[in-house]
Design a protein around this ligand. Structure first.
Ligand code: GSH
Length: 232
């Protein structure tokens, strides 16, 4: 299946019974959350990229909000990245990414939900050069949490949904170096080890782009002409 993004007016690519499909955009950090889970759990699926400025009608019929990631299988449609990731973890075998203990599960969900604050600061630093100190402050909590948990948010042995929900923005932090962001050993010793560890994961290797490619995409996006198919 072509990885080029489908545009308005294109025909719906037929979906076979029982096949899981993700609607995605190659540079979307939210879609990456769910793609990381698909890769890590080795879940068979097909990937359909959509052009987010010229969305196909059949995509909007499935998700009226028009957002990626969106999952489709048989008559089921699921959207919102964290809900998609949780659904995949609940339904598919392989490494369990959610703790069975309800309190631990709640703690993980809190880390994921409140990461929205980090994301908010991330885009303010990226777009306006504002919020750098707020961004760092909001990251401190994650460093402290790792000190208690181990190599990953999932513990010393394996990642969990928290690791995959946070990672896409850490992959993009190098873009903020020119806006003054530097994660130092003195301030973020645990996050720095975590970043190195995450880069070794096959799921990260399979979904990541290097800094230059991210940068090229962002430049095209800001120019009002996002190159969703950059590098294809
Ligand atoms: N809250 C959503 C989630 O977690 O899945 C956010 C997803 C999102 O914003 N995706 C962007 C999108 O689909 C691409 S990075 N944008 C299309 C649009 O806003 O029309």
């Amino acid at each position: 299946m072509s990885q080029k993004s489908y545009v308005a007016g294109s025909a719906y690519p037929p979906l076979e019974n029982g096949v899981l499909r993700i609607y995605s955009m190659r540079f979307c950090p939210y879609a990456q959350r769910t793609r990381l889970v698909l890769q890590h759990k080795n879940i068979p699926h097909e990937n359909v990229n959509v052009h987010l400025l010229k969305k196909p009608e059949w995509f909007l019929e499935r998700n009226p909000f028009g957002l990626v990631p969106t999952l489709e299988i048989n008559d089921k449609v699921i959207y919102e990245s964290n809900i998609c990731s949780q659904y995949l973890d609940d339904v598919y075998p392989g490494d369990k990414l959610t703790p069975s203990d309800p309190y631990q599960k709640a703690r993980d969900q809190m880390l994921i939900d409140t990461f929205g604050k980090v994301i908010g600061h991330y885009y303010k630093v990226a777009r306006h050069g504002e919020d750098l100190e707020d961004l760092k402050k909001s990251l401190k909590r994650y460093d402290e949490e790792l000190a208690k948990r181990g190599k990953y948010f999932g513990g010393n042995d394996k990642p969990c949904l928290v690791d995959f929900a946070l990672w896409p923005w850490f992959e993009r932090f190098p873009l903020l170096e020119e806006n003054g962001l530097k994660l130092t050993e003195a301030e973020f010793p645990n996050l720095l080890v975590w970043i190195k560890t995450m880069y070794q994961l096959p799921a990260v290797k399979a979904t990541m782009f290097d800094k230059e490619s991210h940068k090229r995409f962002v430049i095209s996006y800001r120019a009002g002409n996002p190159d969703y198919d950059f590098g294809l």
